[in-house]
Write a protein that binds this ligand. Sequence first.
Ligand SMILES: N[C@@H](CCC(=O)N[C@@H](CS)C(=O)NCC(=O)O)C(=O)O
Length: 236
Amino acid sequence: MRYELYYWTAIQGRGEYVRLALEDAGADYIDVARERGDNAIMPFLRGKREGALPFAPPFLKAGRLVIAQTATILAFLGPRLGLVPEGQSAEIHAQQLQLTIADFVVEIHDTHHPIAASQYYEGQRSAARKRAEVFRDERLLKFLTYFEHVIERGNGRQALSRHSYVDLSLFQLISGLDYAFPNAMQRINKRIPRLRALAERVAERPNIAAYLASPRRIPFNEEGIFRHYAELDPAR
Ligand SMILES: N[C@@H](CCC(=O)N[C@@H](CS)C(=O)NCC(=O)O)C(=O)O
């Protein structure tokens, strides 16, 4: 099966959670917009292609199936790529964790776009400062200590009983947060030892290390979900 991933070309964004799974498993896939441009995405969003109608990228085409929503794409790929432990209870648990990651991703995005995703950051800076402060003071540690406990309850090293797409997504969260909020992350570093160790191990997985070193891994930037604005991450 050659999978087709559809995601915007300029950012890692939510496409990255899917890309990491495909890369880690060494799956055969095409990153369609990177080959044909963002316009390749539009016919799907306008209902001009067969299959379920996606609201937004990322979406994956697998044969005739069109699957949108990051967590649903990963729930589909997990068993096919060997990226989830076997059995319904593990699959549901993985999906639940991935949806919690999706909730967190929305909150991370809203630190720099608290008013409207469609408007420039510069037009919502003052609201962003307030939103980012609450995020740094309350939400960041709440989510990360939750995932720290998940690993503790998993097998001590991974979120589930063995390596899964959830671990890859946790790696992406830690990498992105280190980029966007280096000061806040430094302050809480000692409280997330298992997440730190997991992220290091994921980065060393051969296929992931090769991917991270390749031009396919777009650097974090101020167009994506994880953005670094110094005013949103003061040194204190
Ligand atoms: N819940 C969806 C969100 C998808 C989403 O928000 N995609 C963004 C790019 S990361 C987009 O293109 N959104 C367009 C819009 O919301 O109008 C998921 O997790 O995949």
